[in-house]
Design a protein around this ligand. Structure first.
Ligand SMILES: NC(=O)c1ccc[n+]([C@@H]2O[C@H](COP(=O)([O-])OP(=O)(O)OC[C@H]3O[C@@H](n4cnc5c(N)ncnc54)[C@H](O)[C@@H]3O)[C@@H](O)[C@H]2O)c1
Length: 434
């Protein structure tokens, strides 16, 4: 059992803190958002993340998990302090480090003996060194700064954290390495790989991994568009490619483009780093450009069929969140897609099982929000599948047909079986399908 502080109780901090408590450590989660703390103290969750709902109250009751705004006390009581605050994109695309720096300063001022300060936030290469310098300039205590990037995916964050492909630790201090090994022992004992390396390589591993995944997606999206033109089906192509062990089956799905809090931001930040070091990353530049086009692709397909002027047309959207099992709307393709449709005059009615509230914060009353999938398509000319929530996999197609005014289906996730739908009379369009 170790005493752990986690500063920043967002998607990453809350999941990491709760999972560490579940693994037997005593965890203090720190945040400066009083509203968030009030929700957590009331036994509720500020985010939607499967599994957390049971794990948070269980560990609070066991006395292994507490929530506070008292950073200094949390630091004093812990031997490991995680920094898990946001690193949002600044105006020029670089990572905005103001929260990380503020927390580093606050940690420095609270140090009372040797601590391991662990960077969980995704930070540009060199940030851990910068944090080390900031703390050293404010404190005479011994400490080590360790890089330990997080690879969890929202929606499956708890299983990802509990059964990671690998745990990356960038550290040079022997004592800190020992602390990190002890901290993660419950997971490594269970078979998780513990990859130790230098701090900068660890920081780079996170950016390079996300950039590679984003690149695979953009690559397949462009291949999909070409498939449409040449009469191939990207779903067959994907199966064929994915069976090659050198390529592997993951992240080859064509769709409406990547969104979320990580890929767009991390790709932009790495491009910014590349610019600073005058080392162009041309492939990554193309990845970004392809994604901008892809995010409005479904809306463009609608306009191809229904005309550039969509006034009087009603479009139903299934899904708003950037992916299933989350309410996260950051960089969600549904946003630019809705904007294109609304600007062309369409009335957009959307349904999402979890993201209605968060979507309203972004899209406001520019679109309408339905209570269930079928309400979203009442009198609709077209249905666009944007997020592949499982409840959209096998809808009651007869009911869908009866509710819609016209019968265009835009399957932004290649979720449905085109032949069946075409036989039923629907006008089906997928991404890169024959
Ligand atoms: N969300 C993901 O799926 C994911 C996955 C891997 C890595 N990451 C990285 O992890 C980091 C955190 O991401 P997130 O999605 O959890 O962010 P988030 O915005 O959900 O959470 C950040 C939290 O930090 C708190 N905070 C900010 N300043 C603070 C301060 N001075 N003191 C205390 N609390 C403070 C905020 O109130 C907020 O609750 C980012 O660097 C991100 O890139 C995120």
């Amino acid at each position: 059992m170790m005493n752990v502080a986690v500063v920043g109780t967002g998607y990453v901090g809350l999941v990491a803190g709760t999972c560490f408590a579940e693994l037997g450590h005593r965890v203090v989660c720190v945040d400066n958002d009083q509203h968030k703390l009030a929700i957590l103290r009331a036994g509720k969750l500020p985010i939607y993340e499967p599994g957390l709902e049971e794990m948070v109250p269980k560990n609070v009751q066991r006395g292994r998990l507490v929530f506070t705004d008292d950073l200094a006390r949390a630091v004093r009581d812990s031997e490991v302090v995680f920094i898990a605050v946001g690193t949002p994109p600044g105006e020029d695309g670089s990572a905005d480090l103001r929260y990380v720096i503020a927390v580093a300063e606050a940690i420095a001022d609270a140090l009372n003996g040797f601590k391991v300060i662990v960077m969980k936030s995704t930070v540009p290469i060199g940030t851990c060194d910068r944090v080390r310098a900031i703390i050293a300039s404010r404190s005479k205590e011994h400490f080590a700064v360790v890089s330990n990037p997080e690879f969890l995916r929202e929606g499956v964050a708890v299983p990802d954290f509990m059964r990671p492909d690998r745990i990356i630790v960038g550290a040079s201090d022997e004592r800190a390495v020992e602390v990190m090994r002890r901290l993660y022992r419950p997971l490594t004992a269970d078979g998780a790989k513990f990859l130790l390396m230098d701090v900068r390589s660890s920081e780079m591993t996170k950016y390079a991994s996300n950039s590679m995944l984003a690149t695979r997606i953009s690559f397949m999206n462009e291949i999909a568009t070409l498939c449409e033109r040449v009469g191939a089906d990207v779903e067959n192509v994907r199966r064929g490619m994915g069976a090659d062990a050198r390529i592997g089956p993951h992240f080859l799905k064509a769709g409406v483009g990547y969104g979320g809090s990580c890929f767009p931001k991390d790709v932009a930040a790495l491009l910014k780093t590349a610019e600073e070091y005058t080392t162009p990353l041309r492939i990554l530049e193309a990845t970004t450009a392809a994604n901008v086009v892809q995010k409005v692709r479904l809306a463009e397909l609608v306009k191809n069929d229904l005309g550039d002027d969509l006034s009087g047309k009603r479009i139903g959207l299934w899904g708003l969140a950037f992916k299933p099992q989350t309410d996260d709307m950051r960089e969600a393709p549904s946003v630019p897609m809705s904007q294109v449709l609304v600007e062309a005059g369409a009335e957009v009615v959307a349904y999402d099982p979890a993201a209605r509230h968060t979507a309203h914060q972004v899209l406001g009353d520019r679109i309408r929000y339905a209570e269930d999938p079928y309400q979203a398509i009442e009198g609709a000319d077209a249905l666009c599948l944007v997020t592949e929530w499982s409840e959209f996999t096998a809808p009651d197609w007869e009911r869908v047909w009866a509710l819609m005014r016209d019968h265009f289906l835009y399957d932004g996730r290649n979720l449905w079986e085109p032949r069946e739908l075409i036989t039923q009379g629907f006008k089906y369009r997928g991404i890169g399908r024959r």
